[in-house]
Design a protein around this ligand. Structure first.
Ligand code: OAD
Length: 244
């Protein structure tokens, strides 16, 4: 029963020193960010290979930038929702809380989360393809092909594209956090993209209590101790409510 499961999860969190949350596009859906694989999902409308690969950027950097500028314009007015806010509050309540996200929208930081491991980068950060410098840049009026103020090379969005490696330091920190945590919350992710998809299994193998919070069951649901189905904006704040 959902109420009993929720109560069990609250109790596990209350007794834990180390809690980790792994989030995906579903947590930002109620803020108005499109997911990737749902009915109106981004990868249902666009071919990722044309827009989100290093080859696409080499072939047609202007087209790739047009796509990311469009996404930046869509994201810019969006606000964190109650699920983002609840995770920021959980960070304050739990002795050691780590937030790992696959999202590039920056909404966790806007909600007040301080320690966020952004596995797939951040769309508001630009990286120089020449000297590698990374800078935050929230302008919506970037040139069609922005260049580095230091060395003049092209800038690219500081996000992980298909076929690219994740930042090894961020990945190592995420793996260490899930391997040492007592509770892992897997929120709003389809669990289809590696290596993020394997983090739940790792936590489970190390003895953590793993709970999935998602609109619907996923291919990973059966691996976990508990699954709560519903909107993240409703479910995640319920984790903070006192037991009645
Ligand atoms: P997906 O679009 O694959 O999955 C979104 C998940 O969120 C699904 O399981 C939905 O059921 C769930 N969901 C949707 N709305 C929800 C809501 N309101 N509350 C709770 N759950 C909800 O997105 P991700 O799993 O994040 O990578 O995708 C992983 C990666 O694939 C992304 O980071 C991106 C993409 O290609 C890169 O760009 C590198």
């Amino acid at each position: 029963m959902a109420a009993a499961a929720l109560s069990q999860l609250r109790e596990k969190i209350a007794r834990s020193q180390r809690v980790v949350a792994l989030t995906g596009a579903g947590i930002s859906a109620e803020s108005g960010v499109p997911t990737f694989r749902g009915q109106d999902g981004l990868w249902r409308q666009y071919r990722a290979v044309d827009l989100a690969t290093p080859q696409a950027f080499q072939r047609d950097p202007r087209l790739v930038w047009e796509f990311y500028q469009w996404r930046r314009r869509l994201l810019q007015p969006l606000k964190p929702n109650p699920a983002h806010l609840a995770l920021a509050a959980l960070e304050e309540a739990v002795p050691e809380f780590t937030l790992i996200t696959q999202n590039i929208d920056g909404l966790h930081a806007l909600a007040g989360s301080r320690r966020v491991l952004e596995l797939h980068g951040n769309i508001w950060h630009l990286r120089c393809t020449g000297c590698g410098v990374v800078r935050e840049d929230r302008r919506l009026d970037l040139p069609a092909l922005p260049t580095c103020a230091d060395c003049g090379a092209w800038l690219r969005p500081h996000v992980v594209w298909f076929g690219e490696m994740l930042d090894p330091e961020i990945l190592a920190a995420a793996v260490a956090a899930v391997e040492n945590c007592q509770v892992l919350l897997v929120i709003g992710t389809s669990g289809l993209v590696q290596p993020a998809a394997s983090l739940g299994r790792r936590a489970k193998q190390r003895g953590a209590f793993v709970a999935e919070l998602n609109l619907e069951p996923t291919p990973q649901s059966d691996l976990y101790d508990l699954a709560l189905h519903g909107r993240a904006g409703v479910l995640v704040p319920q984790l903070l409510e006192p037991e009645r």
